[in-house]
Each structure stands twice: as C-alpha cells, then as structure tokens.
Design a binder for this molecule. Sequence first.
Ligand SMILES: [Zn+2]
Length: 296
Amino acid sequence: MSDFYKPERYLLRTLDPVHVGTGGNRLGRVDLSIVREPGTRLPKIPGTALHGAIRQYAAIRYEKLQCVGSGQSKDPDKEHCKEPQCPICYTFGYLKGQDGGQSGKVSIGDARLLLFPVYSLAGPIWVSCPSVLAEFDIDSTITDNKVKGTIGKEHLNLGWLMLEKEDGTFNLPDHVPPAIKGRAVLVSDKLFSQIVNSNLEVRTSVSIDPETGAAADKALFTYEAIPRAAILWLNVIEDDFSGKFPQEHEMAAKLKHERPLDVVIAGLKLAEMLGVGGMGTRGFGRVRLLNGESQQ
Ligand SMILES: [Zn+2]
C-alpha cells in the first residue's frame, strides 16, 4: 500500500455515555434511539458525526473558528478561509465557491464497538466477539451461549443470563488498557449483539418549557446511549497525494504538525474534554483517545 493512502486505526474509550441519535427514527419526543450497524444492530458513532466534531475541535486548537462546520453560508465572512496555507481547510477541505472547492485529505470511519462493559456477579466485565476481533486480524472461536475468559469458574453470571465457561484463551488488540484486558470475555457474535442491546444506557429526562422554565407538559422522554467505559475503534485514512501540508503555518509549526493526520489527532484529543454526539449539556459524549501518537 502506498505511503499516501494508509489507514490508521485508533481506539477510543467512552468517559461518559455517548448518544448519537438517528434523527429520522424518532417517535415524537420519546425514544431517542442511537445509530446502529444495519446488519448486526450494534450501536456505533457514525464517521460523519466524528468528522464534524474533529474538524470543529481541530479548528478550535488552531484558533481558526471560521473554518469550523460545512462552510455553507451566504455571508462571505462565515465561509471557510479556503487558504491553501490553512491546515484546517487543507486537511478537511472546503466547499465549492467562486474559487472552486477542495476535497479533504482524510476520511474518518465509523467508531465501532470493540469491548462493551457489562455487569456480572463476578464484577464488571468487558465483552467482545469473534467477528469484532476479526477486524483486527485476530482469530478466535467460541460456542454459542458459552463464554471464554479468565473471569468466573465454571459459569459466568450476568444477573439475567448464566453462561457456561469454555476452555481456551483469546487475544485482544494492542492499546486495550490492561485493567480491561484482564476482565475481558469472549461470547458468540449473536450473543454479543443481544448483550449489548440489553445493556445500553437508557435514561429518562424531561424537556423544559423555555417560556416558563418549568417542565413542559408531556415532556418526559427516554434516550439510549453507549455506556461509559466502552472501547470503540475507528479507521482514519489519509489520502494526501500532493503532500503539501502547510507545515510552516505558525500554529502547525508550534504543534509540530507535519501531515493531515496530526490535525485529526489534535481534534480527537479535544473530544476528551468537549465530547461527541448529543446531550453534551447533560454530561454526555466525552471520549478518550487511547493510542494518540501516529504509528509509523
Ligand atoms: Zn481555513
């Protein structure tokens, strides 16, 4: 694979529940469900949501707030700066205007589940499954309705589900924190989806009527979220044939950014404070990058 087209893989740990809503799939004001993989029904953070957040946070880091967002505006002062020397516009691109558009140099994939935290009578555990590990080129096998791992003796009791242990071990990707590695278990793909969907965080909240400041009538609503302490992974592909990243830009030089991927990482790192997805004002959305340094 050429040097210009190299996917980098990052692991994230949720520090808060994360809610990225489906938007179109709401039932009135109730049941704000989260985005899922169509085939497996596993929740994920879509790359589009991550791209928006990462661009915004990178622009904050660079103090280039003008270059946040889609750049679509009739007001020229609110458009992206579109300067080839702007690391934000160079990395993420800008829309076609009078002077032509420029595509971004990075594509940001969906953040998908790697390890999902659940309660068990033996303490908290993190669950994964063979199809997820296969994405990391890790082979693993497990019989349906059984569980593999070092936690528990002959059975593992999830409170609502009793699983028989199967002998054997399995590997996990690098960068999974040791504390989580030591409490990780493997279940079948089918069971993984069931366990995840039965253990998503569901909260009930109330809408506030902006005029009265009190709870609005019939305003109770529930929403789902990926819980705290889940491990997710995503691919970021840098596609920079021109190789003209403006390293000499003052802030890029200060931050030692040499390529578009460095800008993406800077944005991802700020998601640890600023969060991704919805309900940020309710304490949702912070994620921590677990392998921040470019792996080369
Ligand atoms: Zn710009």
